[in-house]
Every structure is written in structure tokens, then in C-alpha cells.
Design a protein. Structure first.
Length: 144
């Protein structure tokens, strides 16, 4: 017995009434969409972009033209827009880095480490390692 499958437009029509039906569209197209995004941005960003694609699609499901029976062009268009948005943000970040010489990610991390060290995280650890009979930081010498 052949079980008729619904095309994407039917799934979307149903998802308008029952939002949980949208999961069928995700199950149907997410793997191929993930491969597409991975080829363009790499595996580390693909999960986020695919999730974002389906989030945008879910939010715009009422505007989908159900005369288009296959949702792949719609989904790939959304993904392409998110990929382009990511690339524009990356170009802005690299342009700012080249202009200022300040890497917000690396410099931010270095600043956080320096702040932790200067707040005394080091001495507290040393104080807890004091030998029996020593009080607090007595007997410890400062290095540097």
C-alpha cells in the first residue's frame, strides 16, 4: 500500500492551524539545508544558521504562497540571506580590526584574565594552600 505524502504547501497550510505540524517541514529539509550552509560557512556555524532559517520560516509561515508546492526555494532563500548577513557582520568586524588594531574577542579575553588576576584570585588560592601553622599569607613571598 502506497501512503500518499503531503507536499510542502500542504504541510504549511496545516502548520498555520497546528504549529507543531511545522516539524514535518524541518524533518524533511533540515539535513540538506545543513549541508548547504556547512559548505558555505563551515560546520561550526551551520547549526545556528539552519535553526535561524527555520525560525524565520516559522514566523513567516502565514505569508508563504501555497501556490508554490515546494518550500525548498523559500527555505534556501532565507538561509542565503542569513549567510549573507553573517558575512557582512564578519567583514565589518575585520574592517574594524584592521582600522583600530583592537580585536574585541582576543582583547576582551585578555582583559577578563587580567581583571581576575588583579582582583586577588591568585592570593586567595595561595592563602588556602598555606602550610599548617601559617596564618593567611604569612611566609609567602611575592613573585615578580
Amino acid at each position: 500500500m502506497i501512503i500518499p505524502t503531503r507536499d510542502d504547501a500542504e504541510v504549511i497550510e496545516r502548520a498555520r492551524r497546528e504549529p507543531s505540524a511545522f516539524a514535518e517541514l524541518f524533518d524533511r529539509h533540515a539535513p540538506a539545508l545543513h549541508r548547504y550552509v556547512t559548505r558555505r560557512l563551515g560546520d561550526s556555524l551551520a547549526d545556528d544558521v539552519v535553526a535561524g532559517t527555520f525560525l524565520v520560516a516559522f514566523r513567516k509561515v502565514r505569508r508563504y504562497d501555497t501556490a508554490q508546492r515546494d518550500a525548498r526555494p523559500w527555505l534556501y532563500g532565507i538561509a542565503a540571506n542569513l549567510i549573507a548577513k553573517h558575512r557582512r557582520a564578519e567583514v565589518r568586524a575585520y574592517t574594524a580590526l584592521a582600522r583600530t588594531g583592537v580585536d574585541e574577542v582576543a582583547d576582551g579575553y585578555a582583559d577578563r584574565v587580567a581583571a581576575r588576576v588583579s582582583t586577588g584570585a591568585g592570593p586567595r588560592r595561595c592563602a588556602s594552600c598555606a602550610r599548617p601553622g601559617q596564618q593567611g599569607l604569612e611566609g609567602l613571598t611575592r613573585v615578580g
